[in-house]
Design a binder for this molecule. Sequence first.
Ligand SMILES: [Zn+2]
Length: 91
Amino acid sequence: MNDESITAESLIRELREMSGERCPHCDGVVSAVDALKSRALGARRRPRCLEGLAQYIGSEVEDLQRQLADYFSQRECYQGALNWAEQQDAE
Ligand SMILES: [Zn+2]
């Protein structure tokens, strides 16, 4: 998780490219928020839902959720992208 050169804009561009991807875990369409979580975990090429991500990295969903919330809260770029992703998912 070494992302020093990224910005909210670059993350949003990546999320746009990831939109409509299907989760290899449950075959559902991956939401923008889950795509951002996948990106944070280095699974940009194969975005997954939160459950799929937890299984992928061998973690409990609750632990992963907490870890990601911490990660996002410490990074302005991720905060900006998260706001954007939440708006996308609400539409
Ligand atoms: Zn899934």
